[in-house]
Design a protein around this ligand. Sequence first.
Ligand code: SAH
Ligand code: SF4
Ligand code: F3S
Length: 441
Amino acid sequence: MAEPKKLFIKTYGCQMNVYDSERMAEALGASGYATTDRADDADMILLNTCHIREKAAEKVYSELGRFKGLKAEKPDLKIGVAGCVAQAEGEEIMRRQPLVDLVVGPQSYHRLPAMEAKARAGEKALDTDFPEEDKFEILKDRPKARRGPTAFLTVQEGCDKFCAFCVVPYTRGAEVSRPVDRILREARDLVARGVREITLLGQNVNAYHGEGPDGRDWSLARLIRTLAEIDGLERIRFTTSHPNDMEDDLIAAHGDCDKLMPYLHLPVQSGSDRVLKAMNRKHTAESYIRLIERIRAARPDLLLSGDFIVGFPGETEADFRDTLALVETVGYGQAFSFKYSARPGTPAAEQEEVPEDRKSERLQRLQALLNEQARAAQESMVGRTLDVLFEKPGRLEGQLVGKSGYLHAVHAQAAPEMIGRIAPVRILRAEPHSLAGELAL
Ligand code: SAH
Ligand code: SF4
Ligand code: F3S
């Protein structure tokens, strides 16, 4: 048998890219590639890129520049760019960095084997179409290896919301939901391979409306309830959601579906109605707060997570204080916050920017508050006994790490056989990035 060629993939951006990178590795597996974690060992390097903020996009070019020496040493090395920068910048990437052989947008990954062959033949390969077919379908019959206890599963892709700052509707295209039967098949397959927790992914996952086996559109809640019937699947999560798509049946599922974990990522972006309107979010601070109250009525211990942007064009000190006030009112267990970054082609990019130092100063103030809340959420776990799904060995000898239902990392002394199992752990202390506990069997 021929020695397998080696594939090195570096993944940036959101979880959907993580999922896509796994699928790309499987697709190229059929062309004789095995993955490697060393770029200097590879016959093909793929960067799966993110375009969400300027810094994320620029990283790609600096990373590509670093491969110059490698390519000089190894003329057969092929270099590809996938993901959202590929979609947004297309051919421009090859112009800016001639060592790139292949550019593939997020909707064309099923065409990767053919593109690889073209690149091998010495031609440049580019595909940034939005084809009709399901990019994951070609993979359904591949033999698959056993895998770790947690997995992502993309159920919905793209976005029709067009928030004024965001590139996703342009890079991922229109909102599309995968049919229920394909998702169930993939979930059963994952469980058979050792997966105990599945995180359903979508840029707007709670807008899911895939075709069910009955020919009707199913909601995300219905999909979750059906997934919950799979024996061996112990935990279900989903991300990322939009407040306007948080329907009653999904709220109810947080209360009565045991396998749905008590953690919800529900970005609000700003606490100022003026800014929310300019962002085209189509909700207010007040409607968001009411929504959180309803979700917490269904699931009182829910740990809430969110995304925030500071320094959106036109944001005043008063607007920013409204964001701080919303954070105080809602209380987040975890959060991601960013300085606004103008993205070419989005409506907000036309507007005058808030000065950089003001953005930095606001981000610091917001993060101080969010960190305090995250810390308090962690401290509130101390003394409780939580179910932990163990995922892998910890940093110290004899230790395993896993996640609680609230998505906190938890470490405890436990035998390696406990990997993939859920066990009660008494939480002893909160450390900066995790909780320390002991098995309470
Ligand atoms: N689909 C998800 C997330 C999109 S990107 C959602 O709708 O929530 C993840 C986060 O990046 C966003 O929630 C937003 O907070 C941030 N983001 C998006 N565009 C940005 C920009 N131009 N500048 C700064 N942050 C941005
Ligand atoms: Fe971007 Fe808004 Fe769509 Fe989220 S809902 S992906 S922030 S346009
Ligand atoms: Fe980035 Fe694209 Fe995800 S822009 S955040 S990789 S959808």
